[in-house]
Design a protein. Structure first.
Length: 217
């Protein structure tokens, strides 16, 4: 009996700790949504949890640690949205388009977390290497497969190609959140142009187009 109890205690403690972490981050998202990223404080999160700020430091050693956890939550949420939108699609342009739309839509629907992912609104805050180590392998795989299929020309699956695609998506997200916040994805002045923005990227890398070609007047 003693062994059974000792086995249960760590898991119960871990469950309580995880519940506290989740509750704290839920409140942190609410604070950021209401007051902006700069309005987040450990004391306000603790107040909403019914505890003193020093008690919250047992879970987060600093305010930047809270930001880091929010950053990780945002990346996980965005990745889940992309997985759902691309389920059943093989690598290639179709999956890139579906994933791109899902990324923009998720960021518009979760603007508080998207600020941390696409901007640097908190002075001195940088995501930890462990948190930031999110692979772009899926995007590169889609680009490479698009070249193999003849959908896009060689070069799109390079570092610059991957970066340019992220610039296109981040640009749409930033313009929408900066200029027309609070609108739905389909109605946003910028977010509703997501497909057109992706088309510009794919047109630049279409087969037969010279990498140095410039658009006419």
């Amino acid at each position: 009996m003693a062994t059974t109890s000792s086995q249960k205690l760590p898991s119960r403690a871990a469950a309580r700790r995880q519940a506290a972490l989740t509750e704290a981050l839920d409140h942190a998202v609410d604070v950021v949504s209401e007051a902006g990223v700069g309005g987040l404080t450990v004391s306000e999160v603790a107040r909403r949890m019914g505890m003193q700020a020093p008690s919250l430091y047992k879970y987060f050693p600093s305010l930047h640690a809270v930001y880091d956890a929010l950053f990780a939550r945002g990346l996980a949420g965005e990745a889940a949205a992309v997985r759902e939108a691309t389920q059943g699609l093989g690598p290639g342009v179709a999956r890139l388009c579906a994933g791109g739309r899902a990324t923009v839509r998720w960021c518009i629907d979760n603007s508080a977390l998207a600020q941390l992912q696409h901007w640097r609104p908190v002075p001195g805050f940088e995501p930890s290497p462990e948190t930031f180590a999110v692979s772009l392998d899926d995007m590169r795989e889609d680009l490479t497969e698009s070249v193999r299929r003849g959908e896009l020309r060689p070069g799109v699956d390079t570092d610059d190609g991957v970066r340019l695609l992220t610039v296109v998506l981040s640009g749409v997200i930033s313009q929408q959140l900066t200029n027309k916040p609070g609108m739905e994805f389909a109605d946003g002045a910028f977010s509703r142009l997501t497909d057109e923005a992706l088309d510009l990227f794919f047109d630049h890398y279409r087969p037969g187009r010279s990498p140095d070609a410039n658009p006419g007047p």
